[in-house]
Design a binder for this molecule. Structure first.
Ligand SMILES: Cc1cc2nc3c(=O)[nH]c(=O)nc-3n(C[C@H](O)[C@H](O)[C@H](O)COP(=O)(O)OP(=O)(O)OC[C@H]3O[C@@H](n4cnc5c(N)ncnc54)[C@H](O)[C@@H]3O)c2cc1C
Length: 589
């Protein structure tokens, strides 16, 4: 039996009731994104992800990738899958028609991307990074570079990569050492990058590397980093491919998961590169790509959670063990209370994370296209606040959800052939790359909260309070949410009032702050959907609407109370975290 079917009804509910897709469709610029068109796109993406991409997931994990004399060799099946993806125009949905895009809302590309990532996380990283590269070039590159590179990236004929990390520069990019020497109309890039996802492959005829490097006279630190476009093959004036550039994969990493995604050590050996944006402003340019990718990684958390849930659900319905309460016969394990608890934890966390991610992505569309300038500014701040919560919380819950997926399979979950273990292994990278979750948490308490004096968070809290006040069908859940919101408010005030006097406070409470924010906003998103589902149930006999209400009730009873723990840990401040001197960490040996 297929173990992945796109949860289309939940996606549509989140799109329309949380992320304001219908408001976007009503904008003249998005008149093509009618409800029927949105449905048709989602249905077709669901078919492609289920029938074409998902079947390559296990095989890709088993085959892995190799470095041959002509570069990286990836699983054979990935070529056909990529071709169908590119020919279907899937990489172009949200991009500007001037460069061959379809001009749809970015929000519409989000459930579509969710499906690719559920179907095959390793393969899905290739289009995910290409879309980030498009975004970065679109906002920062010269018209000349845009005209040459964007149409091919948008059509999927070429792929994009992101080259930040070096041996000495991981979380701390101020240590970047790659060099860029000016020569004629271009630069020569030299140095080594590590951990570069899809750094080489032959799925596409060319690869566009976006590389951080330093100009000769650049100041030290992050203010001395510039961004360069380095193609695998140089491009002739007529757009045809020219010579091979001196850039390629030196070796491949052997990893815990995502075995079919090549993670490359890249060598740039006097490679021809072109400056993107202003000199020494590379990190700011790259941030457009990183922010896009951070939401994309949060979405990967949703995707892998959904797939792990579906697999566990099938197993729980088929695996026969001892009788459940009220029966004398052996029956499927889904009838046992503890298995139901695990399945509902997986389901409710995944649905909350989905709605939260879509909501954040929808804000980016309004930040760009809302008529009112003040609204555009508010939406920008809202998306910026939600981004580290989406990246951090949705990838943390993916650890729990995929681990429960293994647990539901019992001993078979620990056996590779079952496939549940792959989701657990693949999910483990998500809290690490694109800024580890520790860095996300610091971003949330720092840039996104103390730096704006809590303005964006206070606005989000006001939105939650509006839902609470307007709750018609679930006033009991609204009262629970109010307690969670108050805890978030107390945490905000503790941070704002304490961070100047206690420099250790933000770092000490950051993780729990992020988890508190995710748990409470996740509950809020579910409550909004449950209210809508209750109303929609009156004109529909689809059991999905009743299920959404039950799932929400479960979340409020079994997941939301976690806020109490996070709040209490935040309240404990920095003392116990800073107390133990560094040398005493080993005193018990
Ligand atoms: C499979 C894979 C794919 C990747 N793909 C890419 C890619 O395509 N392009 C690319 O450029 N990079 C990529 N990376 C690199 C990835 O983004 C980095 O691994 C990540 O940013 C962390 O850097 P690091 O590994 O050097 O860890 P470190 O920076 O050494 O961090 C180690 C630990 O210390 C913590 N830490 C470090 N600094 C701080 C701080 N200031 N405050 C609090 N805690 C801190 C971190 O949270 C982390 O837990 C990839 C990595 C992997 C494993």
């Amino acid at each position: 039996m297929a173990d992945y079917n796109a949860p289309l009804k939940d996606m549509k509910l989140a799109l329309n009731q949380v992320a304001r897709m219908t408001q976007l469709s009503a904008m003249p610029r998005f008149e093509d994104a009618s409800a029927d068109m949105v449905d048709a796109i989602l249905e077709e993406a669901s078919r492609v992800s289920r029938d074409v991409i998902a079947p390559t997931n296990w095989e890709g994990d088993q085959q892995g990738v190799k470095l041959g004399p002509d570069g990286v060799v990836c699983p054979e099946s990935f070529h056909g899958v990529y071709q169908q993806y590119a020919e279907g125009g899937w990489g172009s949905l949200q991009f500007d028609p001037e460069y061959g895009g379809q001009g749809m809302p970015y929000l519409l590309s989000v459930p579509v991307m969710e499906m690719w990532q559920s179907a095959n996380l390793s393969w899905g990283l290739c289009p995910l990074l290409s879309q980030g590269a498009v975004e970065c070039l679109y906002l920062n590159a010269s018209d000349e570079l845009k005209n040459i590179y964007l149409p091919k990236l948008i059509s999927g004929e070429w792929a994009g990569t992101m080259n930040l990390t070096e041996g000495g520069a991981g979380s701390d990019l101020s240590q970047v050492r790659c060099k860029a020497e000016p020569q004629d109309d271009h630069y020569l890039i030299s140095g080594e990058k590590i951990f570069i996802t899809w750094g080489d492959h032959s799925l596409t005829e060319n690869i566009v590397h976006l590389v951080l490097a330093r100009l000769p006279d650049a100041p030290a630190g992050v203010r001395g980093i510039s961004l360069f476009l380095v193609p695998k093959y140089l491009v002739n004036a007529d757009g045809s491919l020219g010579e091979r550039n001196r850039a390629g994969a030196l070796s491949l990493e052997h990893k815990l998961g995502i075995h079919a995604s090549p993670t490359c050590v890249m060598e740039f050996d006097g490679s021809v590169g072109y400056l993107v944006g202003e000199p020494n402003r590379g990190l700011a340019c790259m941030f457009t790509m990183m922010n896009n990718a951070r939401l994309g990684v949060g979405l990967q958390g949703v995707s892998i959670s959904e797939r792990a849930y579906q697999k566990a659900l099938i197993f729980a319905g088929e695996r026969i063990q001892g009788p459940a309460v009220g029966s004398r016969e052996p029956g499927p394990i889904i009838r046992h209370g503890d298995v139901r608890r695990m399945l509902l934890t997986m389901k409710s966390l995944t649905e909350a994370a989905r709605a939260l991610t879509y909501d954040a992505c929808g804000s980016l569309d309004f930040a760009e296209h809302a008529e009112d300038a003040a609204q555009r500014e508010d939406e920008r701040a809202r998306a910026a606040l939600l981004t580290p919560i989406v990246k951090g919380w949705c990838t943390e819950i993916a650890q729990e959800v995929t681990s429960l997926g293994v647990q539901i399979h019992g001993g078979m979950g620990f056996i590779e052939e079952t496939g549940a273990a792959q989701f657990f292994r693949d999910a483990r990278i998500l809290p690490i790359y694109e800024g580890t979750n520790g860095i996300q948490a610091l971003d949330l308490v720092g840039r996104k909260t103390t730096m704006d004096k809590g303005r964006a968070l206070t606005a989000l809290i006001a939105e939650m309070r509006a839902t609470i006040a307007g709750a018609e069908h679930f006033s009991d859940l609204a009262a629970e949410l109010e307690n969670g919101v108050k805890a978030l408010e107390v945490a905000r005030d503790l941070l704002l009032q304490g961070y100047e006097a206690d420099a250790q406070l933000p770092g000490a409470i950051a993780y729990n702050f992020m988890m508190l924010a995710g748990t409470v906003t996740g509950g809020w998103e579910l409550l909004r959907q449950a209210e809508a589902a209750k109303a929609m149930q009156q004109s529909s006999d689809d059991s999905f609407y009743a299920a959404k209400q039950s799932t929400t009730r479960f979340y409020f009873a079994q997941i939301l109370p976690r806020y109490l723990g996070f709040a209490q840990m935040i309240n404990a401040g920095s003392a116990t975290i800073t107390e133990l001197p560094e040398e005493q960490f080993s005193s018990a040996w």
